[in-house]
Write a protein that binds this ligand. Structure first.
Ligand code: BES
Ligand code: ZN
Length: 609
């Protein structure tokens, strides 16, 4: 079995398949301290060694079945962290099990955790902590086999100050007073479905909840609970649609958690408890595709999992496909095609930014000595989706293809797989259409950089208005600017507005007079929808409109979703009039940014010491 290039662990020697985590959340020290006990099985004869991944964690003691074990750290790697090498006090035969318990403490600088003082929260009264383990950050909380090739169930007992709530990516099993400290209580959790460790998640804070569906609570700080309940009211309808498409939802609860604005992603599919950014709170449910997306991961990603990050497209491509099928059911097939076309345009945009010879634009990139956080882009999402949409069209349409997808999920549920497993199954499922499959240029789809070797066909009904308005602006001369008016947008949805702007961003920058006129007639500065605002500010910066600089700096720092913050900082940096200010603002803010965002924006702005 090919090893995971992002991990030091060797699951072919030995596998951890259950975790019992006990820890104390210390807001003063900004540390998690406790024990991680792994039930471990030898996968080969005469096993004497177990290697766990760590990053910046302290280890005080290791026991195996209660007996002290010798341990030591290997050499620190630039992004993989430091292997923890444990010598078992006795040999394990193949198939034999042992409990390996590690006493650990995380670093205040852990790349997996963001700590907030009370003043940094919206309620101002209590501290808050959240984790984000995907892709390779679980090792920055506690030592573990930090590879998605390994799946484990877990139970946890988390001690926190008693005014606070702790939630995890698991069932809530109850709470009790901490017998060691009367100012604290212990929350108990269990996740009985085996999951890769990147799905282990924890949040601690003054959180409140509201029920929005038979299996759904939405959690947030007090000030956002009601707004969130409104925004995400479609959740149960989406879950039902997803079950109808993909099969039963096996995780029990599906809760949502709205995080502070520094949460670096749009959403994160932590089982039983999806984490989302507050930038989804547009007020009109127009950004709910992110919820459809995270719901879809309950099948693709969380049941069928990529075995390493080179096959990340298996997680994200299939999830985008399901996300769009859900939206197709709820909002119509034309809307699905509109979103699909938007995805193709997004892919074009990413490939323009990364360069069409860039090996990271391969569907299956080589991640030897590449940090998965550096490799992250829309490519696995949208090239992956394009491949599946292309196959849907080649093999007989949406219903036929859904038959395959459902069978694929059944076949590989609870497993971790590589692209070859997917492809072999595709060929076996469509054994009567092997001639069609053989015409697919697999090698280019998988291993060539740049745009894919084939383009699916798209229904243009909803996209035409966006294309037409984009063309009018691109072709307009100074003397034509009078012809634009607020009437132009009258029939357009917010999705179409986003697409209109995204199309303009693929064009050379508009003259400054054009964007100024656009503000005059459309008043885009007044729009708070985060997806629209991002693209509008980028258009302004690319046209070198200085008035956009403070607005862009504000958006880049008031929220920290990387999809917004990174391009805004990059555009500010590339505009000579705001470069210094961009760097200065970054340096002022980085201490309060999420550690991963801070690291990546730092690289984007060449600020790495
Ligand atoms: N699992 C991802 C987020 C992620 C990927 C975190 C890689 C860390 C490393 C999540 O499901 C996701 O894709 N979120 C998107 C949603 C969008 C595609 C609808 C996002 O964050 O914008
Ligand atoms: Zn995803």
């Amino acid at each position: 079995m090919a090893a995971d290039p992002s991990s030091f662990s060797s699951p072919s020697c030995c596998r951890t398949y259950h975790l019992y985590l006990r820890c104390r959340v210390d807001f003063g020290a900004r540390a998690l301290r406790g024990t991680a006990a792994f039930t471990t099985r030898a996968e080969r004869e005469a096993l004497r060694r177990l290697v766990l991944d760590t990053r910046e964690v302290q280890v005080f003691k290791v026991t195996v079945n209660g007996q002290d074990a010798e341990f030591g750290f290997g050499e620190k790697h630039s992004f993989k962290g430091t292997p923890l090498e444990i010598t078992l006090p006795f040999e394990l035969r193949r198939g034999q099990e042992a409990i390996v318990e590690v006493s650990f403490e995380s670093s205040p600088k852990s790349s997996a955790l963001q700590w907030f003082s009370p003043e940094q929260t919206s309620g101002k009264q209590h501290p808050l902590l959240f984790s984000q383990c995907q892709a390779a950050h679980c090792r920055a909380i506690f030592p573990c086999q930090d590879t998605p090739a390994v799946k484990l169930t877990y139970c946890a007992e988390i001690s926190v100050p008693k005014e606070l709530v702790a939630l995890m990516s698991a069932n809530r099993e109850g709470e009790l007073p901490d017998p060691e400290d009367s100012s604290r209580k212990i929350y108990q959790f269990s996740q009985n479905v085996p999951i890769p460790c990147y799905l282990i998640a924890l949040v601690v804070g003054a959180l409140e909840s509201r029920k929005i569906g038979p299996r759904t609570l939405v959690w947030a700080e007090k000030d956002l609970v009601d707004k969130s309940a409104y925004e995400f009211a479609e959740t149960e309808a989406m879950l039902k649609t997803a079950e109808d498409l993909a099969g039963p939802y096996v995780w029990g609860q599906y809760d949502l958690l709205v995080l502070p604005p520094t949460f670096p992603y749009g959403g994160m599919e932590n089982p039983c408890l999806t984490f989302v950014t507050p930038t989804l709170l547009a007020g009109d449910r127009s950004l709910s595709n992110v919820i459809a997306h995270e719901i879809s991961h309950s099948w693709t990603g969380n049941l069928v999992t990529n075995k390493n990050w080179q096959h990340f497209w298996l997680n994200e491509g299939h999830t985008v496909y399901l996300e769009r099928r859900i939206q197709g059911r709820l909002f119509g097939e034309q809307f699905r095609h509109f979103q699909a076309l938007g995805g193709w345009r997004e892919l074009q945009h990413s490939i323009n930014t990364l360069g069409d010879k860039n090996p990271l634009t391969n569907l299956i990139p080589n991640l030897n000595e590449v940090d998965p956080d550096d490799a992250f882009s829309s490519v696995p999402y949208e090239k992956g989706f394009a491949l599946l949409f292309h196959l849907e069209q080649l093999l007989g349409g949406p219903d036929v293809f859904m038959g395959f997808l459902k069978a694929y999920i059944q076949q590989f549920a609870y497993k971790s797989i590589a692209t070859e497993d997917w492809k072999d199954f595709l060929y076996s499922y469509f054994k009567d259409q092997v001639d069609v499959l053989d015409k697919v240029d697999w090698n280019s789809w998988f291993y060539a950089p740049g745009m894919p070797p084939a383009k699916p066909t798209y229904d243009m009904t909803l996209a035409n208005a966006c294309v037409a308005l984009c063309e009018r602006w691109v072709k307009a001369k100074e003397s034509d600017l009078d012809s634009f008016s607020s009437e132009d947008l009258k029939e357009m949805s917010s999705h179409q507005l986003i697409e209109f702007m995204a199309l303009l961003l693929l064009e050379p920058p508009l003259p400054l007079s054009h964007v100024q006129r656009m503000q005059q007639v459309y008043n885009f500065n007044a729009i708070n929808n985060s997806e629209i605002r991002l693209r509008w500010l980028r258009l302004c910066l690319r046209s070198k409109w200085e008035e956009a600089v403070p607005l862009a700096l504000k958006m880049a720092t008031e929220q920290g979703r990387m999809k917004f913050t990174r391009p805004l900082f990059r555009d500010l940096y590339n505009f000579d009039k705001s470069r210094d200010l961009a760097v200065k603002t970054y340096l002022e803010h980085r201490a309060s940014m999420h550690p991963v965002t801070s690291m990546l924006v730092g690289k984007d702005l060449n600020q790495n010491q």
